[in-house]
Design a binder for this molecule. Sequence first.
Ligand code: PBG
Length: 330
Amino acid sequence: MTSYPMTRLRRTRATAWSRAMHREVLVTPADLIWPLFVTEGDGVEDPILSLPGVSRWSVDGIVARAKEAVALGIPCLALFPNTQPDRRSEDGKEALNPDNLMCRAIRAIKQACGDDIGVLTDVALDPYTSHGQDGLIDDAGYVLNDQTVEVLVGQSLNQAAAGADIIAPSDMMDGRIGAIREALEGEGHVNIQIMSYAAKYASAFYGPFRDAVGSRGLLKGNKKTYQMDPGNAEEALREVEMDLAEGADSVMVKPGLPYLDIAARVKDTFGVPVFAYQVSGEYAMIEHAVAAGAADRDAMVLETLLAFKRAGCSGVLTYHAAHAARLMGA
Ligand code: PBG
């Protein structure tokens, strides 16, 4: 006697309308945060060779990108400066200059777009130090925690005064979220958000980013004494728990796809807004696969973004943001 399956999971997959009706998660332009690299000059577009399709823009170009993002429905930009070599120093003090590249870009975007778009700013010293580390170092090259936190607080207040909407510390020093939160409150910046790069791993996927901000050639050694060990998951939950207790509004997991388990566990454990950073090396992997004829860019981009949403992320920082928003019909 032939027995037929009563439950056929393929029934709901048989037609496009039915697949659309049963899809559990969606990705829209509102899920995207667009990282942009700022450079000196006027009318400058400077392509980043290891990040094919991505350029550094001078402040006027950044404003144009901001307007483009608004038109596409992208709610937030993440800014990173390529500081001129003569403004980098051992102590990274250019981070505290109210007229540094970052502050000029923030002010220009806010002037042009106001609250039509959010500006998320990276807090860490690597774009400003002559040694490429995210903090102050001692004679042995060890990154000093508490001394660095003091500078990061100043950097955060500097960005806040320029008009930043979300302060995003990516430095992985202990205690920086609490110190920054206290300083922001003290200055009356009660509605400035903190998105903590809470679970940031010492990853091999950051290479093209370091080219983009100009720190790759300067960096000696690695960042393993402050960024997390790729083998650890329980520790990521502790990092998130601490940053939330210190006043973070949302947390980030970085890199993205290789750490999707971490994003899902953070969401399941804490139920807070979690963002993933699909980092430069992940972007480069997709672009090089496309260039080699091994992949369909549009399908791959949308599938990876959907994966972040399925894992529980509220949004994704991606260099494909504008392209993806266009694919979504924005
Ligand atoms: C540094 C910082 C890095 C990234 C964002 N902020 C690199 C690093 O930690 O060395 C990486 C982002 C990317 O690879 O796209 N504070």
